[in-house]
Design a protein around this ligand. Sequence first.
Ligand SMILES: Cc1cc2nc3c(=O)[nH]c(=O)nc-3n(C[C@H](O)[C@H](O)[C@H](O)COP(=O)(O)O)c2cc1C
Length: 217
Amino acid sequence: MSLDANRAPVRVLVFSASLRTGSLNTKLANLAAICLEHNGGQVDLARMSEFDAPSYNADLQDQGNWPTGAHRLRERLEECDAFVIASPEFNASMPGSLKNAIDWVSRFSPQPFNELHGLLMSASPSMVGGNRGLWALRIPFEHLGARIYPDMFSLAQAHRAFEEDGRMADRQLQERFDATLVGFMNLVEASKHYPCAKRAWVEYLGEHPEPVLDRVE
Ligand SMILES: Cc1cc2nc3c(=O)[nH]c(=O)nc-3n(C[C@H](O)[C@H](O)[C@H](O)COP(=O)(O)O)c2cc1C
């Protein structure tokens, strides 16, 4: 997929959902940031440790004690058009720290994930690259109104995939990775210029309106 030279810049928050030093997903997130910038994107590269938070507790929320990590993630999301997350797969799902961050941020109003475009990627030493975790991750994001890109990039045998300069050793794989990101950026840019009609976030569209339960924005 080629780059549209007339495309307006898009701002993308990129982070790896691993807290680990030497993380394979952080390598993948760094590579995504390089590719996005190379193709005209404006990147905010963050670390999961910046968004780490104590387990969600409605009492803390009711007392106004929102964790700093949740505030930070909300602010960074509000400043971008899209996000890219490279997430490890833990037990065929997403890491608890990432789900916890999503849960905290989902309680802000307006709810920051609504209408944001997202691209999910993963890296794992396994043969399927942590892809099952991304299907699980898709669910809360789509529930929250994020537009999750249909293609997801899962880097298999990631412990052997990177060269010293951080690029993928397999050139074809690197090209596929770049094409996925460019395709995603083109969609984000198009949606900036041709925003779709849906503006509101209604948690359950078909539910009988009930002021006590409604989460409508
Ligand atoms: C608690 C736990 C559960 C894991 N479950 C899976 C799994 O279901 N599938 C998988 O491919 N790898 C699994 N792994 C291995 C991770 O993919 C591997 O440790 C990976 O390097 C973690 O990502 P990171 O390098 O970005 O920190 C698991 C690791 C841990 C610590």
